[in-house]
Design a protein around this ligand. Structure first.
Ligand code: SF4
Length: 1004
């Protein structure tokens, strides 16, 4: 076999790199044997890079008619015909994985390649088998199985046999394991990995399939010219690039029969360390230097001379700023500009939406994760429901997915209002999951017909209809949820996946032809179904071990996340391109976005099995080499556009403050004479209809607006200024509850959401009685106990009465507990009667009675207040209609009244009830011809160390609480509802947190 002509071609900058590459892609002068017409293979980092390179070839060679200068051809040792080609023999652009696929085909190997998914399933089975002999020092989670496959492959790509290296590592660790716990743990792990890899190797060997390592061995043993004659490598090695070539790949290429010439092309910055490593491997390689082919004239866009990058509030703002720049640079053709990102999300989504709104066409050969497709998200909700044990929240969320369709037995489809009724029905039945509980709710006796009939307007009728609707949905949902039964426990993974597929097939909403997203949804559906069927088949064939459903669902999620989904293709507009593909494009203007720490550079998956010093011997990549290579690539990228480049940095990412990347140092390479200021007024340029309409002030003259929107914007400019946040028009009410006004004092917006907007609170799924129901039970027991006590003509409970009082209250409590479910009954009994470590509520209440309230001569429970009451205000007395119930009013033997409120929790922080109700009761008495004073009033708060909390000690305290009440009512009536919680702690438990714009909190 003749020696391969290997050249290490170092280009001065990206432009020279592209021109050298263009020249190498052209066929050489006909040699007379016809072989020169074979297209070269170009190894690229991603398929998007290959697509970008195709466009550049067509543009440069067919449209611009570029021909490589003779000096360049000579330097490269690659002579091409002089005339510009009328047609182009396109090179084959292949990623690393595509290259193995192509070589496998070309060598005509009979054994097929093993799918990565099959290998992971096999590794899972081998790991569980190995764990039975050598228990690993960690839990065998699905994510770790994937890491084991990765580690196994990487050791192989570095030219080592994984089991041999592990044997060697175990021998070294054995000496230290006796005295070092870390070494002992590593030794256990090494023995486990060795055992697992040993099983894995023999099971792969027994299969009719080739993994990557076996393919390399098979290729090198196959005679015949299965390799292309000319291969051009444009990626770095594994040290410099996670997607680069590994020593095993380089060995296969350089020894491949049929290969005549191997070119590695890199820019000067990347080549410096890359070529040093390659020269060690290929000492006979020829070094080639390509100087600059055009003067560097790229300018840097800046918003201020002292800052080289452009700041944006968040990622959406980065895209909008880019859209403004594209418009400001007109008449530049859109295809001459590119938005370059490192991570596709969220830029690809944001750009689709925002550029469309700005009327800027775009094109991209990028891909999105399949998991980000709405269809895949629907399946995710189904898994959530199964894994949660069918809780109310997960079932209802799933039913609300636009990709789910369920039909009731009597015909109609289950829609939004029916789902809401079902949700309320489940909450009312305190449904905490499981099919059995759902069956019990369905079997419950329906409520009797309301007195005003099924279509009546009474509250009873509304609840009756809700119950009927909820039950009908439950009956429709039940058989479908039953399909998820295998996912409720441990079973072979294939059974889990089958159950998931069947349940999903039973509820999926297939796209209709008139759906604008039909094509995309169908593609996503096919891709998801393919993953599921491949997984089911692989698990059924290779791994019958029963595993928890959670492990199988993690495997499903992981494989859906692995797959990508191409965006619809377009051939016009600005380019949305990732940082790996961008160097292959031709642009006049580039905006690099998202220059953040943690993204440029991205943290690499830190090696999880072994410390760096052990991996060094394997030739493992070093973090600093990779970071240096990324820095070099960014520096190259900054010189790519012929005209200008801008670099933008968001301040927030998903509302979290983020830090700029340290790679921004590279921007210092631009001298002051190469800065291009972005005009300050461009930052407010309305670029979309939303910008023009919502700007302050609106811009009715913006070209993006249609006539109707323009008229609306003009009308808006004539409107008075927007009201202050947190203020509405006056909201007078004809009566007030003291508890509601206490809520206002805690947070005015909470009062507004609940009392003015009438938003209902979400029922929480919690084991045990909900707090509100537990409070009602406590009040009922105290009320009924007191009534029972007073039935014999007694009022006060004195110390000597305690044994008898205990018996009375215990009997009442036992009766009340009978109405609860058995599980709730046990919890509430402990609360009422206490336990070995805590005093019960009844005992606390009786002791308080005996110690403090022996002076009572008359007692009223649930005392009603409904009438106009004169209360002292800041500007004199104010009459307000009060409505409510006082938990308890005591008439004392010295002619006073005491107001008591029971609290199952702690004391309130801003109480009004004792003072306001004391005024109301005194006034009621006065109207009945009795004059009474106010006795110390307050709360019996059962979670306080000392239950009695005196809130009103003197009549002046009562006046002060009444004054605060009047003041709060005045504010309510003026429409003052700022988002201003008394304590931000309250927000953690607030039911209206989802509708509350808490951005005002803490401003003042
Ligand atoms: S979340 Fe906080 S600020 Fe918002 S309504 Fe609730 S308590 Fe008030």
């Amino acid at each position: 076999m003749p020696p391969v002509d290997i050249r290490l071609i170092q280009a001065d900058d990206l432009d020279a790199w592209q021109r050298a590459l263009l020249a190498l892609c052209l066929p050489t002068a006909p040699a007379g044997d016809g072989l020169a017409l074979e297209a070269p293979v170009v190894i690229v980092p991603t398929r998007a890079a290959g697509e970008q390179w195709r466009r550049t070839l067509e543009q440069r060679l067919l449209v611009d008619g570029w021909a490589p200068p003779t000096a360049l051809q000579r330097a490269l040792g690659h002579e091409v015909p002089g005339a510009a080609p009328a047609a182009l023999l396109l090179p084959r652009t292949l990623t690393r994985d595509d290259l193995y696929e192509a070589l496998h085909l070309a060598a005509r190997l009979e054994r097929p390649r093993l799918a990565a998914l099959t290998r992971e399933v096999l590794m899972g089975a081998c790991a569980r088998q190995a764990a039975r002999r050598h228990a690993p020092p960690f839990l065998l989670r699905p994510g770790l199985i994937a890491e084991m496959v990765r580690f196994h492959d990487q050791v192989g790509r570095l030219g080592h046999v994984p089991t041999a290296w592990l044997e060697d590592a175990a021998t070294r660790l054995e000496g230290e394991a006796a005295s070092d716990r870390g070494a002992e743990r590593l030794l256990r792990q090494t023995r486990f990995l060795h055992e697992a890899f040993r099983h894995f190797a023999s099971r792969v060997e027994a299969l009719d399939g080739l993994d990557e390592h076996a393919l390399r061995t098979a290729l090198l043993a196959t005679p015949g010219a299965w390799c292309p004659r000319h291969v051009i490598v444009t990626v770095a090695d594994h040290h410099a690039d996670a997607g680069g070539l590994w020593p095993g790949d380089l060995d296969v290429l350089s020894a491949a029969p049929g290969l005549v010439r191997l070119d590695v092309v890199a820019t000067r910055r990347v080549a410096t360390s890359l070529f040093a490593r390659l020269r060690v491997r290929w000492p006979g390689a020829i070094d080639v230097r390509i100087g600059p082919q055009r003067p560097s004239a790229t300018r840097l866009e800046v918003s201020a001379p002292d800052r080289r990058w452009l700041s944006a509030r968040d990622r959406d703002e980065e895209v909008i700023a880019y859209a403004r720049r594209v418009k400001a640079r007109q008449p530049m053709a859109p295809h001459a500009s590119a938005l370059v990102y490192r991570r596709p999300l969220p830029y690809l989504y944001a750009a689709q939406h925002l550029l469309r709104a700005a009327g800027i066409p775009y094109q991209s050969s990028g891909t999105l994760p399949l998991a980000a497709e709405p269809w895949a998200a629907g399946l995710d909700l189904l898994m959530d429901a199964a894994l949660s044990g069918l809780t109310r929240a997960t079932i209802v969320t799933l039913l609300r997915s636009p990709h789910v369709r369920l039909v009731r037995e009597d015909g109609p489809e289950v829609h939004g209002p029916a789902i809401a009724a079902f949700d309320a029905w489940l909450a009312q039945g305190r449904f905490l999951g499981t099919l059995g509980h759902l069956d019990a709710l369905i079997a419950r006796q329906p409520s009797p017909l309301p007195p005003d009939g099924p279509e009546g307007a009474s509250r009873h009728a509304v609840q009756w209809r809700q119950e009927r609707e909820g039950r009908a949905v439950a009956v429709a949902v039940r058989p479908w949820l039953a399909r998820l039964a295998p996912l409720q426990g441990v079973a072979p993974g294939a059974e889990h996946v089958r159950a998931l597929r069947e349940a999903w097939a039973a509820c999926e909403r297939l796209p209709t032809d008139d759906d604008p997203e039909a094509s995309r949804t169908r593609r996503a559906r096919a891709a998801v179904d393919l993953v599921l069927s491949q997984l089911e088949q692989a698990l059924a064939t290779h791994d019958a071990t029963p595993v928890p459903a959670r492990d199988t669902c993690i495997l499903v999620r992981r494989w859906i996340e692995e797959r990508t989904f191409a965006l619809p293709r377009a051939d016009a507009g600005v380019h949305l391109v990732d940082a790996d593909a961008a160097p292959y494009g031709l642009f006049a203007h580039v905006r690099v976005v998202g220059l953040l720490e943690g993204e440029w550079p991205e943290p690499t998956a830190r090696e999880i099995f072994y410390p760096a010093f052990m991996l060094e011997r394997l030739g493992w990549a070093e973090e600093r080499t990779r970071t240096a290579a990324l820095r070099a690539r960014l520096a190259d990228l900054l010189t790519l556009p012929t005209d200008a480049v801008g670099v933008s940095v968001p301040e927030l990412d998903q509302d979290a403050v983020v830090r700029p990347s340290s790679l921004l140092d590279e921007l210092q390479a631009f001298g002051v004479d190469r800065l291009e200021p972005v005009p300050a007024d461009e930052r407010t340029l309305p670029v979309s209809g939303d910008d023009a309409l919502l700007g302050t002030p609106a811009v009715p003259g913006a070209g993006v607006l249609d006539p109707a929107a323009r008229d609306w914007a003009r009308w808006r400019l004539t409107r008075p200024p927007a009201p202050t946040p947190g203020r509405t028009s006056a909201v007078p009410s004809d009566r007030y509850g003291v508890t509601a006004v206490e809520t206002y004092l805690q947070c005015p917006f909470q009062y507004f959401a609940g009392r003015v907007l009438g938003l209902t609170e979400e029922a929480d799924d919690e084991p045990g009685l909900p707090a509100r129901d537990a409070g009602v039970l406590l009040h009922d027991v105290l009320h009924d106990g007191m009534v029972e006590w007073q039935r014999g003509g007694r009022v006060a409970i004195r110390p000597e009465d305690l044994p008898e009082a205990r018996a009375v209250f215990a009997a009442v409590a036992e009766r009340a507990l009978l109405s609860l479910a058995p599980a709730d009954r046990a919890v509430e009994r402990t609360r009422l009667f206490g336990s070995a470590v805590a005093t019960g509520v009844i005992e606390k209440m009786l002791r308080t009675e005996a110690e403090l309230f022996g002076d009572v001569v008359r007692r009223a429970l649930e005392h009603p207040i409904d009438g106009r009451v004169d209360l002292p205000g800041a500007d004199g007395a104010r009459t307000i209609h009060l409505r409510g119930r006082v938990d308890r009013v005591d008439w004392t033997d010295d002619g006073r009244v005491r107001v008591i409120d029971y609290k199952s929790g702690r004391r309130p922080t801003r109480p009004l009830q004792p003072g306001v109700y004391a005024h109301a009761v005194v006034q009621q008495e006065r109207e009945a011809g009795r004059t009474l004073a106010i006795a110390p009033s307050g709360f019996v708060a059962f979670r306080e160390g000392v239950p009695w909390v005196e809130s009103v000690g003197t009549p002046r305290d009562a006046d002060e609480q009444a004054r605060q009440f009047v003041e709060a009512v005045d504010l309510i009536e003026r429409g003052e509802f700022p988002v201003k919680p008394h304590s931000p702690f309250r927000c953690q438990f607030c039911d209206y947190a989802g509708v509350c714009r808490k951005d005002y909190v803490g401003d003042e």
